[in-house]
Design a protein around this ligand. Structure first.
Ligand SMILES: NC(=O)c1ccc[n+]([C@@H]2O[C@H](COP(=O)([O-])OP(=O)(O)OC[C@H]3O[C@@H](n4cnc5c(N)ncnc54)[C@H](O)[C@@H]3O)[C@@H](O)[C@H]2O)c1
Ligand SMILES: O=C(O)[C@H](O)[C@H](O)COP(=O)(O)O
Length: 377
């Protein structure tokens, strides 16, 4: 079996060469001719998989994306061509949830948003939305969930979109869809955006097209609209930079780009192939933990004591650092894609061992454990 994978997938060589004749294609270069005599294609979200790309694919049978989103793949075209496809749903849910936590810490420390006194509206309660709710549970922050497609079959309590949009913080975690009963293109329409107040915060780390971007720009130019935390933009990578001066936090679609999130994506593609391609039945399982470098334990000496949770969380992942890099780089060159590709190595909370746990209050120990930190160092 010939396997072709994108060279931005960490550890893909180690994973896929265990299955067959695996080789990498260079990021942003894949063309229809490259798919001649290829059986399996593994991509990430900047490779558009459409009718044009698969036109010469004479033996392609499996396409997998190592990402949660699938809107870069024409899944109708794949199914029509008899090609099985898969995504890595949930691979980076924790990464995005930690991005949201960092945004809340930033809003608390720099804009006095009192997290004890707010409600967060989580729109889309799938892998990412649920991971966000777990983090908020750990932090003791109130939230409501909005997810009409699953509301009737899920035991959790849900509110309407209109209710969710009344929250102090609204965070969007839906797929980008144009069809079906619950399309999300411009879900936050001009009319709905106009109801948001300047005291509110709107976080978008799903897809830019879920917000009517022209409408939000118009609102902002008129001095209104909510505070904005945007990881995603319409028409990436050719984003409308007019929006940037109006955004509290802007990042180049990196919310899910932890090392764990990316490697988990590769692992999930590997597992799907192992379980789906008949000739791979019996291929050895792999453990991504063995591929991740260890992080040095954090000791009391590394910290300013007494311990303060919010500054500590921002130290582990500082969303405002990413914002500053993004805004500075965009001012110099329109290098959205390059910035994403060159993004720093960011680790999830679970990578950190806290060697000062005995100096913490029971409350802080409980919160840090619930957030995923390792306190057994
Ligand atoms: N910025 C990033 O780095 C990043 C990382 C991961 C995922 N994402 C994006 O976030 C999306 C969600 O990821 P996920 O893993 O949670 O997906 P998921 O499929 O597990 O969950 C999506 C949820 O949205 C719900 N939904 C669909 N339409 C809706 C609507 N109109 N209103 C309310 N809810 C609706 C679905 O029922 C589902 O529960 C992905 O599709 C991807 O586009 C972005
Ligand atoms: O859909 C996803 O999983 C995320 O948007 C992910 O961060 C995309 O990353 P990319 O494939 O563009 O590197």
């Amino acid at each position: 079996m010939r396997i072709l994978y994108e060279d931005t997938m960490p550890h893909a060589g180690a994973y896929f060469s265990a299955l067959g004749n695996a080789s990498a294609y260079k990021w942003q270069t894949l063309s229809p001719n490259d798919l001649v005599n290829v059986d399996i294609l593994a991509v990430r979200s900047t490779t558009k998989v459409d009718r044009h790309l698969i036109a010469k694919a004479n033996q392609l049978k499996y396409v997998a994306t190592a990402t949660a989103g699938t809107n870069h793949m024409d899944t109708h075209a794949l199914t029509e061509a008899g090609i099985h496809w898969s995504s890595a749903a949930g691979c980076n849910a924790v990464a995005v949830a930690q991005y949201v936590v960092s945004a809340l810490c930033y809003a608390h420390l720099s804009h006095s948003l009192n997290l004890d006194n707010i409600t967060v509206g989580i729109v889309g309660a799938g892998h990412v939305g649920t991971a966000v709710s777990s983090m908020l549970d750990a932090l003791g922050v109130c939230y409501v969930l909005c997810d009409p497609p699953i509301a009737s079959a899920d035991s959790r309590t849900f509110v309407s979109l209109q209710e969710a949009l009344k929250c102090d913080v609204i965070t969007l975690h839906v797929p980008y869809t144009k069809e079906g009963l619950y399309p999300t293109e411009n879900l936050l329409s001009r009319e709905l955006l106009a109801k948001l107040e300047p005291r509110q915060w709107l976080i978008n780390a799903c897809r830019g097209e879920v917000i009517d971007e022209d409408a939000i720009i118009a609102l902002k130019k008129a001095g209104g609209g909510p505070n904005l935390v945007l990881d995603v933009f319409a028409n990436e990578p050719h984003i409308n930079q007019v929006l940037l001066p109006y955004v509290q936090i802007a990042t180049p679609h990196i919310a899910g780009h932890t090392l764990e999130g990316k490697v988990r994506g590769t692992q999930m593609v590997y597992d799907w192939l192992r379980n789906t391609v008949p000739s791979f039945n019996g291929a050895a399982s792999k453990n991504m933990d063995n591929m991740l470098p260890k992080v040095d334990p954090i000791t009391a000496k590394d910290l300013a004591m007494p311990f303060q949770l919010m500054p500590f969380l921002l130290r582990i992942y500082d969303i405002h650092f990413d914002h500053r890099q993004f805004v500075n780089n965009m001012a110099q060159s329109n290098a959205f894609s390059q910035m994403r590709k060159a993004y720093r190595v960011r680790r999830e909370y679970s990578a950190y061992r806290l060697a000062f746990a005995s100096e913490l209050s029971d409350d802080n120990r409980r919160v840090l454990t619930a957030l995923g930190f390792n306190l057994n160092a």
